[in-house]
Design a protein around this ligand. Structure first.
Ligand code: NAD
Length: 488
């Protein structure tokens, strides 16, 4: 299959003039393409194109942007198979999951196509009867979108759709591990004016150049805590607007009130939440806190279900779990498992290479007996690993859930209303899912507490991330006000 490796700058497809980045298929370890990074001059050209396009795009009434944003959604859907196949080739995840991602991207564009034409601010009460006051929400200008590899198109669309809907233009950079699906999007934006969306490629240096670029007004970033902090510092140093979506270590609480049927369902839900995309989801469940009286049943059901999962070729429709994205990501997860075992943990299932001679495969792994201070329970793993820990009651479960400096998502299984309400109030996380793990909603905000993020994507909050509020105060009467000078 031939891949598009050219950048999209000002409506033109051009070869990247900077360093070449090799893209690996994690299932075969073969290099499938080499992508030229954007040179400094090409990045400048992309930013200039976005600045020119921003003048007309910002002035366009929302209702005229709507069909253009819908055209993006339609184009995405019409290319589902192609885009899904490219993502599976560069990430290694099963095709079913890649197809879902394309549909979620289209749905996000559909949502913002409508939301952004329904308001651009609000009317507020004036302070005198002769006055009229409004808040007008205006675009920032040019948005730089910096995206990780684990959901390359979705995390781009969560930024791009609201940014465009709000009247901004954009310069977008995918991860160096997964540039092909993003560069394949050029046609998807064909109906938008040239320069409205620019797609560049490159690794951390290109990301840093985008964060520091004086022509970019706002950075929308998703990635690790460490990189996010650097992006935040770069933006703070020039007072650019910034939205940061960073790492997590999500807890998954299972309460004893769910009964025997519930334990089986929560085990399947837990396995999916831990192993989806080979555990490489920012909201992967990475710490299971299970009440003692259902602990043994839960572990048994979790292990039995894990045993039934098919690990293998991500292009095979029967495959549940494909390889991890890279040798480095796999090593990080294996190192954490090995350190936990050395400290006394027991691997109940998984942790091997699934008998594959090639590819970064890691069989879904379930452990018990992991010490509380092990990296496997305190640092992001980002792999298909589920440590299950007994807790004596809800107090202890909530205390453990809140014990880290992360706060992205949290899952709870309970049938008890009081427990549900306590958890939704007391668990410190940007998303709290009760009895339905990891379900996002375009209309609801997504983001993190603590080290997991600053700002929100999706919902009206995600639109406001790309708008500046302007207070407009008008008086219909021209008069000398009695609070002016002189005071005496
Ligand atoms: P990463 O931080 O290594 O890279 C993310 C992006 O930043 C890439 O495009 C990279 O090229 C770029 N980058 C690297 N150095 C940079 C710099 N100095 N300045 C600007 N940009 C730079 O993250 P990753 O390994 O690609 O992704 C995995 C991480 O992303 C995990 O920690 C995961 O939790 C997180 N993540 C968070 C969310 C969320 O919504 N909170 C979603 C998905 C992934």
């Amino acid at each position: 299959m031939g891949y598009e490796t050219r950048l999209l700058i000002d409506g033109e497809l051009v070869e990247g003039e900077g360093a070449g980045v090799e893209v690996e298929n994690p299932a075969t370890e073969e290099t499938v393409a080499t992508v030229g990074s954007a040179s400094a001059g090409q990045l400048d050209s992309a930013v200039e194109a976005a600045r020119r396009a921003a003048v007309t795009w910002a002035a366009m009434p929302g209702v005229d942007r709507t069909p253009l944003l819908r055209s993006v959604a339609d184009a995405l859907r019409s290319r589902t198979e192609e885009l899904a196949s490219i993502m599976t080739t560069e990430i290694g995840r099963p095709l079913t999951e890649s197809r879902d991602e394309v549909e979620w991207c289209a749905a996000c564009f559909d949502y913002y196509a409508e939301v952004a034409r329904s308001e651009i601010g609000r009317v507020i009460p004036p302070i005198e009867s002769s006055q009229f006051a409004v808040v007008v929400k205006e675009p920032h200008g040019v948005v730089g979108c910096i995206v990780p590899w684990n959901f390359p198109l979705l995390l781009l669309c969560w930024k791009l759709a609201p940014a465009l809907a709000a009247g901004n233009t954009a310069v977008c950079k995918p991860s160096e591990l997964t540039p092909l699906s993003t560069l394949a999007l050029a046609d998807v934006f064909a109906e938008l004016p040239a320069g409205t969306v620019n797609l560049v490629a490159g690794a951390g240096e290109t990301g840093a150049a985008i964060s520091a670029h004086p022509g970019i007004d706002c950075i929308a970033f998703t990635g690790s805590v460490e990189t996010g902090r650097n992006v935040g510092i770069a933006c703070a140093s020039r007072n650019a607007r910034v939205n940061l979506e960073m790492g997590g270590k999500d807890p998954f609480i299972v309460c004893s009130d769910i009964g025997r049927d519930g334990v089986g369902i929560a085990a399947r839900g837990g396995a999916w939440a831990a192993f989806l995309n080979a555990g490489q989801v920012c909201t992967s469940s990475e710490r299971f806190y299970v009440m003692e009286d259902v602990f043994d049943d839960y572990v048994a059901a979790f292990v039995a279900h894990t045993q039934s999962l098919i690990v293998g070729d991500p292009l095979d429709p029967k495959t549940d779990v494909g390889p991890m994205v890279s040798a480095g990501q796999r090593k990080k997860a294996v190192d954490q498992v090995e350190a936990a075992v050395a400290a006394g943990a027991e691997v109940l299932i998984g942790g091997g290479g699934a008998g594959m001679s090639k590819g970064h495969y890691l069989e879904p792994c379930v452990l018990t007996g992991v010490p509380e201070d092990a990296a496997l329970l305190t640092e992001e793993t980002f792999g298909p690993v589920a440590p299950i820990v007994p807790v004596k009651d809800l107090d202890q479960a909530i205390e453990r859930a809140n014990s880290l400096d992360f706060g992205l998502g949290a899952n709870i299984y309970t049938r008890d209303l009081q427990t549900a309400i306590r958890c939704l109030k007391e668990v410190r996380a940007g998303s709290v899912w009760i009895n339905d793990p990891l379900t996002d909603n375009d209309a609801g905000p997504f983001g993190g507490f603590k080290n997991s993020g600053i700002g929100r994507e999706l919902g009206t909050e995600g639109l406001d991330a790309f708008r500046e509020a302007k207070h407009v105060h008008m008086d219909s009467v021209i008069e000398v006000k009695d609070w002016w000078y002189p005071y005496g």
